[in-house]
Write a protein that binds this ligand. Sequence first.
Ligand code: C2E
Ligand code: CA
Ligand code: CA
Ligand code: CA
Length: 279
Amino acid sequence: AKSHGGSQFQFYEYGMEAELVRRVELERDLRKAIDKGELVLHYQPQINLKTGKLMGAEALVRWNHPERGFMSPEEFIPLAEESGLIIPLGEWVLNQSCQQIKLWINKGLDLDFVAVNLSGHQMKQAYLLELIKNYLDSHQLDAKHIQLEMTESVMATESESCLNLLNDLKEMGISVAIDDFGTGYSSSLSYLTKFPVDTLKIDHSFITNLPDDKDSATVTSGIIALAHKLGMQVIAEGVESEVQRDFLLQEQCDWIQGYLTSRPPRLKSLKPGSILIIQ
Ligand code: C2E
Ligand code: CA
Ligand code: CA
Ligand code: CA
């Protein structure tokens, strides 16, 4: 900021202050949001490319803020991570997801699992395993009905502690997917051969420009082949069009997830407490 002129500097300072106030207020509100029942999960189906069969559904959290309306996780998850609120928030998401899939199973819906996003902070909690066991027990749920999604960047940077956790989860029967694959800044892919991981999710950014963009096509085909060679399944996320789906089918991708098969309602139109039922 020091290179800016006087008036710009003030404006910049003012902007920072406003941003700070906003963050403090949001953090205060988020602290209460869980108890006040303002968080909502939206479930996006994951579809088998060859058969069209439903496999799982990813739980995506939204916040129905009393004044600001529905907020995207892109806005409040980073805040939750910085403030430590991601721990109670993440626990709520896990418990809620267990409750929801139990309901679906009881209703006879043929759904393998709910996929839950796990933050790096949650991975470091010593009692995470115990917590998951308790949720599964209290909902009388088999471990195979929960899949955990961990991002590639978290996995690559927390490699030592991650390996222990993954081995324990594997033993419990909980499957794990590597989220946002291809965007992590890891210089080495060696963790892929060490970690017991079931599924690889190709990041949305590679899918967007399929099939015309040659680089995206090459990376996508390469990731699919790599995953299969390592005995892993592949999900493409952010699939929006038929041409993207056709390309992925031709490249032997296993599953797709995206607006093509399920478009979440616009945030404003979501009703508090509503749960999207999978078609
Ligand atoms: P993500 O795990 O990569 O989730 C995929 C995001 O892509 C979701 O955004 C989803 O709504 C969006 N999406 C799905 N299909 C399409 C498509 O066809 N086109 C486009 N353009 N987008 C699509 P969302 O729900 O806003 O979530 C954003 C991120 O917030 C997630 O990225 C995840 O990192 C984080 N997040 C969401 N829920 C949770 C949670 O319960 N816990 C944690 N720790 N993070 C969460
Ligand atoms: Ca995810
Ligand atoms: Ca992702
Ligand atoms: Ca993402």
